[in-house]
Design a protein around this ligand. Structure first.
Ligand code: GDP
Ligand code: MG
Length: 202
């Protein structure tokens, strides 16, 4: 199940690229490491200058593979490689609950996603460092912003592991449901098409 590769590779219908974005130091790399220490593991120093790893979970008995992509420090210069963006089915947009600056930057990262990625994406707004005593961003503020953008939302802690796996499981479940819905749509479309022709329209 675990394999190296690049974003062009097809890992099967239940495999998804998930790109992590957000300001420097919010905890993206720590989050990925924390997820890795769980069920899967592989660090890939990829040619795009991005780090990636695979994470596999069973959703209703079906294996779902999330390939997590980390910007490997490029976000510091806000010049991250966007080649992966249009291959992404989902994003984790992370801020740090102890940094209002990182929370303000959410709109910047959301616009990057909008510019560079496809439509119909699953986007998770994640407030990291929930273990930290020095909170500057209220949970309610995160929730409200996520609602505004129509993003999913969770607070987590890469340090303690709180909600790290839960986030990925929720994401896997949403992704698999979205694809199921698309497939149903395609079947419906196929069934409708011949009728359209026989009506003589166009
Ligand atoms: P990145 O630049 O977004 O990849 O952030 P890093 O993963 O390198 O983390 C930046 C700093 O925040 C490091 O010192 C981490 O130890 C710390 N950090 C990351 N996640 C957490 C967390 O959940 N809680 C706390 N307290 N510190 C964290
Ligand atoms: Mg990093």
């Amino acid at each position: 199940m675990i394999s190296a590769g690049n974003p062009q590779e097809d890992h099967g219908s239940n495999s998804y690229n998930v790109v992590m974005v957000g300001d420097s130091s919010v905890g993206k790399t720590s989050y990925m490491r924390r997820a890795q220490s769980g069920k899967f593991s592989l660090d890939l120093p990829a040619s795009l200058g991005l780090d990636s790893c695979m994470w596999t979970v069973l959703v209703d008995g079906k294996p779902v593979v999330l390939k997590l992509w980390d910007t490997a420090g490029q976000e510091r210069f806000r010049s991250i490689t966007r080649q992966i963006f249009h291959k992404a089915q989902a994003f984790i947009l992370m801020y740090d609950i102890t940094s209002t600056q990182s929370f303000s930057a959410v709109s910047y990262w959301a616009s990057c996603i909008k510019e560079g990625a496809a439509d119909n994406l699953t986007i998770f707004l994640v407030g990291n460092k929930s273990d930290h005593a020095d909170r500057q961003v209220k949970t309610q503020e995160g929730e409200t912003l996520a609602k505004e953008y129509n993003f999913e939302f969770k607070e987590c802690s890469a340090a303690t592991g709180e909600n790290v796996i839960e986030c990925l499981e929720t994401m896997a479940r949403i992704l698999i449901q979205t694809v199921d819905m698309r497939e149903e749509g395609m079947v419906l479309h196929k069934e409708i098409s011949p009728q359209k022709k026989s009506s003589g329209c166009c």
